[in-house]
Write a protein that binds this ligand. Structure first.
Ligand SMILES: Nc1ncnc2c1ncn2[C@@H]1O[C@H](COP(=O)(O)OP(=O)(O)OP(=O)(O)O)[C@@H](O)[C@H]1O
Length: 262
């Protein structure tokens, strides 16, 4: 099994627009190993989503190379090598939660019994046991987001791409989701790439923090976390965590971007 899950070299993307070219990403070099939890943090517009979209084959770079598990993003996508979780839960309102999780398996021709079993197992993992028959509108935002996480996990991808998945949630729900995610990550040992605007969230979750600068988006610092592997919400209050948060703040400031970050 290849240990380097993501290998990004000299990556750049310039969008051609009617006014002027927009240099979204420049000279990005990044390697992510199996089992890491890597967070991208930086000001709005620095290219975090674009970088994630290139990894997911939703956008093509204009220079440089990317491999996912040793193959091109396109091949990785066709092999369903990753799960992609967006900021807003993308659930079908006319299907109950269980049938939302089942849908992609249904399209792939998985038997009714097998897909029902999968959906139940992953809904249970994200703490939604007992809510299988509810429709999205009957659930809170956090529960809907957990349902989309269950759907992404149900393929058992080794890699999870999470683009500000908890950005729209209130702080209490967000804390719960952070705990939930720490637990799932601890249990499943997946590689996670996570985008956030929150320094606290980056500190709590990551094994490595990638700080990006304002446009053109570049990596200005990569910080290894020295926090213990097993964490709770209280870990954020430890001196080590405070020190890490401070280092992230300094990194963002060095990129002249701190004022734009919450
Ligand atoms: N299709 C596109 N055409 C032109 N410019 C684009 C396109 N997509 C993104 N951009 C620009 O590229 C830059 C990076 O955008 P991106 O969405 O990746 O930033 P981000 O760091 O994820 O921002 P946020 O934190 O606000 O989500 C921005 O300046 C954006 O306006």
């Amino acid at each position: 099994m290849i240990d380097t899950v993501i290998d990004v070299r000299k990556l750049g993307l310039t969008f051609e627009t009617p006014d002027a070219p927009v240099v979204a990403l420049q000279d990005i070099d990044l390697q992510i190993r199996r089992g890491e939890f890597v967070t991208f943090i930086g000001p709005s517009g620095c290219g975090k989503t674009t970088l994630m979209r290139i990894i997911a084959d939703l956008e093509q770079p204009t220079s440089g190379t990317v491999t996912v598990n040793g193959v091109s993003p396109r091949e990785a996508r066709l092999k369903r090598a990753y799960g992609y979780i967006f900021q807003a839960a993308a659930l079908y309102p006319w299907r109950n939660i269980q049938r939302n999780v089942e849908l992609p398996h249904e399209i792939m021709g998985v038997s009714k019994r097998e897909r029902a079993e999968k959906a139940r197992r992953y809904l249970d993992l994200v703490g939604l046991k007992g809510f299988e028959k509810k429709f999205p509108f009957q659930l809170s935002g956090g529960m809907q987001q957990r349902a989309s996480i269950a759907r992404a996990l149900s393929f058992d991808p080794d890699l999870l791409l999470m683009d500000e998945p908890f950005g729209a949630l209130d702080e209490i729900t967000r804390d719960r989701m952070n705990e939930e995610l720490l637990r799932i990550w601890g249990e499943t040992k997946k590689t996670v790439i996570f985008v956030t605007h929150s320094i606290d969230e980056a500190v709590l979750l990551s094994t490595r923090i990638v700080i990006m600068s304002a446009r053109p988006g570049r990596i200005i610092d990569v910080i290894d976390s020295n926090l213990p592997a097993v964490r709770t919400l209280e870990t954020r209050e430890t001196p080590e965590a405070q020190e890490l948060a401070h280092r992230i703040r300094l990194g963002l400031k060095a990129g002249h971007s701190y004022d734009e970050v919450k």
